[in-house]
Design a protein around this ligand. Structure first.
Ligand code: SAM
Length: 200
């Protein structure tokens, strides 16, 4: 397995994004696309991970691992952490594993193939950083599980909140109208929502 090398990582991610964007452009069915976060958002996630030094990280929606790679990149100087990335699709999770291996980051992440709803409803852990990037129509079902997975200082980031504002407005209101959180929408990539838990 290759060891991590920053310049190899950066060129690998560039090539992966390009190849998967070309693949996506040929898919008629949206669900067959890999739908990576925008490169700007990926870098932002890495920066948040580096700044906040989370001990526990949950990503919902691995796809083939573009955002996973960048979260792992942002975490790489930390001695200890637990990073779980979930996807319902086994073949995508396997592709993500390959990309993590190719960049020397496969030990940084636990890839789990599971429905996010099932995971969240049986989860008893608190995560310092949660990144949500799956099927927006189901986000509303995740609310209880997400509140339980967050505590004071935890950060929730959600992608596509400007590009698909109408699809996530009801879900986001559950956080913006909850006085335990301070929330912002950031004009980064397709729009990132950030909720920081301030009260138990
Ligand atoms: C937009 S893509 C994620 C892109 C990824 N974050 C990236 O930047 O590379 C959404 C992913 O969510 C996964 N997904 C959809 N519904 C899910 C569910 N109920 N539980 C877990 N994963 C799910 C899909 O299989 C898909 O790979």
């Amino acid at each position: 397995m290759p060891t991590f090398n920053p310049s190899h990582f950066l060129s690998y991610c560039q090539s992966l994004y390009k190849a998967d964007s070309t693949y996506d452009s040929k898919q008629v069915d949206r669900l067959n696309r890999h739908r990576h976060v925008e490169p700007d958002s990926a870098e932002f996630l890495a920066n948040i991970a580096t700044i906040t030094k989370p001990n526990t990280v949950l990503e919902i929606g691995t796809s083939t691992g573009f955002s996973t790679l960048w979260l792992a990149y942002g975490l790489r100087h930390q001695a200890q952490y637990d990073f779980i990335s979930l996807d319902i699709d086994k073949s995508r999770s396997e592709a993500a594993h390959q990309h993590l291996q190719n960049t020397g980051l496969s030990d940084s992440v636990r890839l789990i193939v599971q429905d996010a709803f099932i995971f969240l409803n049986s989860n008893e852990d608190v995560f310092d950083l949660v990144f949500l990037d799956a099927e927006r129509q189901f986000y509303i079902d995740y609310i209880r599980g997400l509140h339980n997975a967050l505590d004071v200082g935890s950060v929730l980031i959600v992608d596509n909140v400007i590009s698909h504002r109408d699809e996530v407005s009801e879900f986001l209101a559950e956080f913006t109208n909850d006085s335990r959180y301070i929330c912002h929408t950031l004009d980064v990539g397709a729009g990132l929502f950030m909720a920081v838990r301030q009260e138990h």
